[in-house]
Write a protein that binds this ligand. Structure first.
Ligand code: GCO
Length: 459
């Protein structure tokens, strides 16, 4: 078992760094479909993930989000776990179909009441709620009328944002519009790994553009409805590298870079699409759209785990295929490359490109793990990963990146999309058969690290 003392020394093992700002945010992140369960309870409508999980072969072991971590019922226990960690912020998402079962029209009071209880519980525990409006669980009823390929989706999303702002905006001030738009559009409208699992270019570009329009519309609604709103959007930002140093793979990596890192962040924070996307997007662009998309935001959320790799693929309409990291690189227990310097450079690049305060809204390591005979989970590799990435973030801050917070993905082991429950990212182990929670060694380490930084923080 890693003692808190050993954990703190893990923090101090790195070169002594300048203390972090006194208001640095230390948090944990989750998302609605991955932890709530209660798929069919208290009026929640179906989401696109409910149906996708039940399509044979889509999810490892046929897992679904039906029960997940039963957070819908156990949220008070989970808030107590956050308190035990000593975090001062919790990033979660609202399940759109839980509050608007058909995505539009009549709201579901029982669903809204759940988020009331969750927010009130967090505030009672002195944990700041960071609310993300969309973490991939689109109401199925909206998918049935085109989903993000329907330009009306921007209006649907604004109405949803208005409902949440009106209900929770007196207590919630930190809002993110979307989580990782480039992931759910690329995986859902091109690769077939996420719902709706279509793969035509016109729909892909339409979804990109309409999600950007939805972002801008929601920013305006939140700004208008919530006094003191602090609004951002959460983007996965990772260096896109050619799997082989050939011109063809380098071109493939550049295309992936534009889609993965720029297709949303650039229109939203700079006001233009990457050149490689403009042809496809122009089919859906109307006068004034870029001004509707590029609305002032207060911060940039960055999710980062590892570099990504591309290879040339002539058969793909996008001209590239996803590739694994080259053999021989350091990897996490589930095989994702470990490269803290890539994280440092990503933070510095984002700081230079967008010039906004940055919050690391996801970072963490997956593993296939279980408790030992004594009921302990000694996740030393996850501690090593977190320690090296937090130090890389600290180095980026010392060099000049305006990073103001860090959220571990994730508080709990949870539904890991296509991998189901096999890959575990939590600081807290979840025994899904009993729903028992077990703090891993990394939970004790993170708690001790937060305390160590608090002692060093500049006033
Ligand atoms: C993402 C999502 C999370 C994942 C986490 C681990 O980044 O894909 O925001 O829902 O579970 O990143 O893959």
């Amino acid at each position: 078992m890693v003692s808190p003392q050993a954990a703190v020394s893990a923090v101090q093992r790195f070169p002594s760094r300048k203390p972090l700002r006194h208001d640095f945010v230390w948090g944990v992140s989750t998302s609605s479909y991955q932890i709530e369960g209660a798929e069919r309870l208290d009026g929640r409508g179906p989401s696109i993930w409910d149906g996708f999980c039940r399509q044979p072969g889509r999810i490892a072991n046929g897992d679904t989000g039906e029960l997940a971590c039963d957070h819908y019922h156990r949220y008070r226990d989970d808030i107590a776990l956050m308190q035990s960690l000593g975090v001062n912020a919790y990033r979660f998402s609202v399940a759109w179909p839980r509050v608007l079962p058909t995505g539009r029209g009549a709201a579901n009071e029982a669903g809204l009441a759940f988020y009331d209880r969750l927010v009130d519980g967090l505030l009672e525990a002195s944990i700041e709620p960071w609310l993300c409006l969309y973490h991939w669980d689109l109401p199925q009823a909206l998918q049935d009328i085109g989903g993000w390929t329907n330009r009306d989706s921007a209006g649907w999303f604004s109405d949803y944002a208005r409902l949440i702002a009106g209900r929770l905006g007196d207590r919630v001030k930190r809002f993110a519009t979307f989580n990782e738009p480039s992931v759910f559009t690329l995986f859902g409208y091109s690769f077939g790994w996420h719902p709706p699992a279509t793969d035509d270019l016109v729909s892909f570009h339409a979804a990109i553009h309409h999600v950007n329009l939805a972002h801008g519309g929601a920013v305006d609604v939140l700004r208008e409805q919530v006094d003191g709103a602090s609004i951002g959007s959460i983007h996965n930002m990772q260096p896109s590298r050619p799997v082989h140093p050939t011109p063809a793979d380098q071109k493939a990596a550049a295309i992936l870079d534009d889609i993965w890192n720029r297709a949303f962040a650039d229109p939203q924070m700079i006001g233009d699409y990457p050149a490689s996307l403009r042809g496809g997007i122009d089919l859906h662009l109307r006068d004034g759209d870029m001004q509707r998309i590029c609305r002032p935001v207060d911060w940039l959320g960055i999710n980062h785990y590892s570099p990504i790799y591309a290879k040339a693929e002539g058969a793909s309409p996008l001209g590239f295929a996803w590739a694994d990291a080259p053999a021989g690189v350091p990897r996490s227990p589930i095989g994702w490359q470990v490269d803290p310097k890539a994280f440092r450079d990503t933070l510095l690049d984002a700081h230079d490109r967008y010039g906004l305060p940055i919050y690391v809204t996801e970072n963490g390591a997956g593993a296939v793990e279980k408790p030992d005979a004594a009921g302990e989970v000694h996740d030393a590799q996850r501690i090593e990963y977190l320690s090296s990435y937090i130090d890389a973030m600290h180095e980026a801050i010392e060099i000049g990146a305006d990073v103001r917070g860090y959220f571990v993905w994730s508080l709990l082991d949870n539904f890991e999309w296509g991998a189901g429950y096999a890959n575990r990212f939590g600081l807290i182990y979840v025994d899904y058969a009993t729903q028992r929670r077990i703090a891993k060694a990394s939970a004790r380490w993170y708690s001790a690290m937060i305390k160590a930084h608090a002692r060093q923080a500049t006033p």
